[in-house]
Design a binder for this molecule. Structure first.
Ligand code: SAH
Length: 348
């Protein structure tokens, strides 16, 4: 018989009942796993010996193997390279902010099929959609590691290797896991999903995630430039994208985070700042400027980071249109864990 992930509440409860145990025993498992971070069935002493035996025989706690774990020189970032049981490599990144707030960036696909020209991830192709437990195990691993440091996981961003809309049902289950009070206990507003926005998923997303943070990879204020760097824009041009986002805001009244990667000579002409301002001035929007993270396959050719003063100029122009924006710090460059650099580069 195939073993069950211990994180799969429904199946584990069913297993307990089928073996003559009460379903409420599951809350003892939850306490052991998520409060005390006991990840060994033999050490779950609050459970009866019989229950432990049932679990040992039928369940597993983790399938992901840590291949490499590396922390940046300033200790703010830890990148973990996991190997799945089917042999793919996936990555998760822990970001410790100066305020002690901690964010985990998870991967949901190995790797990504969206082909954005500036990103390292798609160069690897799409190997597979991850399962719910492969995502949950990334979250659990980070929560456990932070617990050892006397800290706590506060935020999760779905910004790793993948396009969340293409693994939607699984993503939904893992957000439910993160939300659950007896599991990760993270409010929806502490979770952000980043997507280049596959338009047909809008209705389901709006219904299921009306309180979850939404970040959209915009990267250009017109189709001409967006299509050059993001092939998805051919299928879902800006007019469709903005219409679906307007519907989302009308239903949820939530501000959308627009990600705008700054690539020199590609999408950082000052006139584009005005175009961006006009596009967003009447919308509930927050723009996140991401200085382009160079990586070895593109940086030598034609993609370079926009100089800081131009990004600041963009910000000033947006202010003029009443659009709020921030410039994202890149604090994890030295371990290749920044956006777009999750390409399974192994470290010595
Ligand atoms: N597929 C999702 C998640 C991608 S990664 C999405 O499109 O939103 C998260 C963010 O990093 C996206 O906005 C992505 O466009 C951006 N990104 C990708 N490569 C980058 C790079 N080299 N430098 C900076 N940001 C990058």
């Amino acid at each position: 018989m195939q073993k069950i992930s211990i994180h799969d509440e429904k199946k584990v409860k069913q297993l307990l009942v089928e073996n003559g145990e009460k379903a409420f025993r599951y809350s003892q498992i939850e306490n052991a796993l998520y409060k005390n971070f006991i990840d060994d069935f033999d050490k779950m002493e609050t459970l009866s010996k019989k229950a432990r035996e049932i679990l040992k025989e039928n369940c597993f706690i983790d399938t992901l193997i840590v291949d490499t774990e590396k922390t940046s020189s300033n200790w703010q970032t830890t990148k973990i390279l996991f190997k799945t049981e089917t042999g793919e490599f996936i990555e998760a990144v822990i970001m410790r902010h100066l305020t002690w707030r901690v964010t985990l960036c998870v991967s949901c696909q190995a790797w990504c099929p969206m082909w954005c020209s500036f990103c390292a991830t798609w160069k690897l192709g799409l190997l597979k959609n991850l399962t719910n437990y492969e995502i949950i195990e990334q979250i659990y691993y980070a929560a456990k590691l932070l617990n050892k440091e006397g800290n706590k996981l506060r935020n999760i961003v779905y910004m790793g290797m993948w396009e969340p809309m293409l693994n939607y049902d699984v993503v939904k289950e893992t957000i439910d896991f993160a939300n659950a009070q007896k599991k990760m206990d993270l409010a929806n507003r502490r979770i952000t999903v980043s997507t280049c926005w596959i338009v047909p998923w809008i209705n389901r997303f709006t219904e299921d995630f009306s309180q979850t943070g939404l970040a959209v990879s915009l990267h250009a204020p017109n189709d001409e430039i967006r299509q050059k760097i993001m092939p998805v824009d051919h299928t879902y041009p800006l007019k469709d994208l903005m219409k679906s986002l307007d519907d989302y805001v009308a239903k949820t009244n939530k501000r959308i985070f627009y990600e705008y990667i700054m690539i020199n000579w590609i999408n950082d002409d000052i006139k584009l700042a005005h175009e961006l301002g006009k596009l967003l001035e009447w919308r509930l929007a927050h723009v996140n400027f991401i200085p382009y993270n160079e990586w070895e396959w593109t940086s030598s050719d034609w993609f370079k980071t926009t100089p800081r003063f131009i990004i600041e100029k963009f910000q000033k122009i947006l202010q003029h249109y009443g659009v709020v924006s921030t410039i994202r710090m890149t604090m994890w460059d030295d371990i290749d864990a920044a956006c777009g650099q999750l390409a399974n580069k192994k470290w010595e």
